[in-house]
Design a protein around this ligand. Structure first.
Ligand SMILES: C[S@@+](CC[C@H](N)C(=O)[O-])C[C@H]1O[C@@H](n2cnc3c(N)ncnc32)[C@H](O)[C@@H]1O
Length: 461
């Protein structure tokens, strides 16, 4: 081939790859059931039931991938019951414009000050012990590290721990937390709740410092950096699936310390939260200034629709479909986003009540969509309220097969279609899984459902 032609083809390929990457949706957090791959199909379905550019309400916005994608062509209202979702969606829809070097300088100062008199100083005994035990694990003696991980965070720590080094380090940190003023100070919250369990003690304390700096910004400036802290937490969390369902288990079922413990810990706990925060913030700051008016709301789906403030548009809904509550997988992000100091839920086994190993917040949201007895009513109410205000709906029906040990879906395609047909003028089911965007007859539908395909219900009002 003529080398000029080859060069031209190559240039074009690079240009289209660059354009594709520029336009490619970004995943702000590791998230179960993100709609990344279904975005064009969702957009196409919405075009079928609404005018070009009409407002869309993403009623269960989650990680904000759909909301962010649609915001290029329509005004978007992103709704979710969880605050972490609101924070992430808000940052993607309405990014703040910040002087990054100035913020970086403030963080450097805050870290230095915290080492002298803040959370990094109070955490020092546990940080040093963890460093020493990680080093021992690297040299082939992982028992101390296993004990420390099992001792978990301040919120769950048992005050009569058998390992004296661990006991001393916890008590020394506790004394320093008290000496700095209030042991329940919000500026030590991530360290107390999640240090040792989901992050290294140092990472958790640094997340506290980042939160302190970000909360000192104005509300307008805070949007993107707050979301960047959530992205950082999701990136550095030391668990198998990168969620917060439970901390890693350092021992096997026979009580032996796992040989892989050091590599499992080293994979995440050496990551520097400040570096990851700054690169995440850069990603948020690359989001374009909005072309339309967008908003992100923390609300229950039904309360929001009943408000009646969203009109003349179309609704996209992607509720949960299995018994696994999203709030269990992302409770730490919720606590970081709310920056409160919640009580921890407890478990009782053999007459002994203990704080939950996952350090879950007591008021963790329980979604009716994840409860078999409540899901049909939740769907019926959603369909009823959306059609009552005259809106059309595109509903995702999601597989959950990518996750090990996942539960089957709470509702079948048929049962949902039956409920939707009671409220909407027409209801059409399309598959965006095995076939590409095909309209299905009844037997194909059953075949697809058993293959964990992905569906869209297109409901016209
Ligand atoms: C399947 S996820 C949505 C995923 C999203 N489409 C994405 O691509 O990231 C379901 C979402 O529903 C939210 N949710 C559960 N119950 C809710 C309720 N009652 N009201 C509003 N949102 C709810 C959960 O917090 C979760 O974020």
């Amino acid at each position: 081939m003529d080398s000029a032609i080859a060069q031209n083809i190559n240039d074009n390929r690079l240009r289209s790859e660059a354009a594709r990457q520029k336009d490619a949706p970004w995943r702000p957090i590791h998230y179960l059931g993100s709609k990344l791959r279904a975005l064009p199909a969702i957009e196409e379905a919405l075009r079928e039931v609404s005018e070009e550019g009409a407002p869309v309400c993403d009623l269960f916005a989650g990680s904000g991938t759909v909301a962010s994608w649609l915001s290029r062509s329509r005004p978007v209202t992103a709704v979710d019951i969880q605050e972490y979702s609101r924070v992430i969606c808000d940052a993607m829809l309405n990014p703040s414009r910040l002087a990054l070097p100035e913020l970086e300088a403030r963080i450097t100062t805050a870290i230095a000050e915290s080492k002298v008199s803040g959370v990094l100083r109070a955490a020092r005994p546990l940080i040093e012990l963890e460093e020493c035990l990680v080093e021992q694990a690297k040299l082939g003696e992982p028992t101390g590290l296993a004990n420390l991980i099992e001792a978990s965070s301040f919120m769950t720590f048992s005050r009569n721990h058998a390992d004296s080094r661990i006991m001393e380090a916890y008590l020394a940190s506790e004394r320093m937390l008290s000496a700095t003023g209030k042991p329940s100070d919000l500026s030590t919250m991530v360290f107390r709740h999640f240090g040792g369990a989901y992050f290294s003690f140092e990472q958790a304390a640094k997340l506290d410092v980042l939160l302190d700096v970000v909360h000192s910004l104005t509300l307008g400036e805070r949007r993107s950096p707050l979301a960047a802290i959530l992205t950082t937490a999701s990136d550095i969390v030391n668990t198998v699936g990168k969620q917060f369902a439970q901390p890693i288990r350092p021992r096997d079922k026979h009580g032996r310390v796992k040989q892989t413990l050091y590599s499992q810990v080293a994979r995440d706990r050496f990551k520097d939260p400040v570096t990851i925060f700054l690169s995440s913030l850069e990603k948020y700051s690359k989001f374009p200034l909005p072309r339309f008016e967008h908003s992100a709301v923390r609300s229950d789906y039904l309360d929001f629709i009943r408000l009646g403030s969203f009109k003349n548009g179309v609704v996209y809904a992607d509720p949960p479909y299995t018994r696994d509550h999203y709030s269990r997988f992302y409770h730490a992000l919720e606590t970081i986003a709310l920056r409160d100091d919640p009580q921890i839920s407890t478990n009782t086994a053999h007459g002994v009540t203990q704080p939950s190993r996952g350090v879950y917040r007591l008021d963790r949201h329980q979604s009716p969509f994840c409860i078999r007895s409540k899901a049909p009513t939740a769907f019926a109410q959603m369909f009823g309220e959306i059609s009552r205000v005259g809106l059309s709906l595109v509903l995702s029906y999601s597989p959950y097969s990518s996750e090990k040990d996942s539960h089957p879906r709470v509702m079948t395609v048929d049962s949902i279609a039956k409920l939707a047909k009671k409220e909407f003028a027409t209801v059409e089911v399309i598959s965006i899984g095995g076939f590409s965007h095909s309209r299905l007859n009844k037997s194909e539908l059953h075949k697809e459902a058993s293959r964990e395909a992905e569906f869209l219900f297109i409901c016209r009002s």
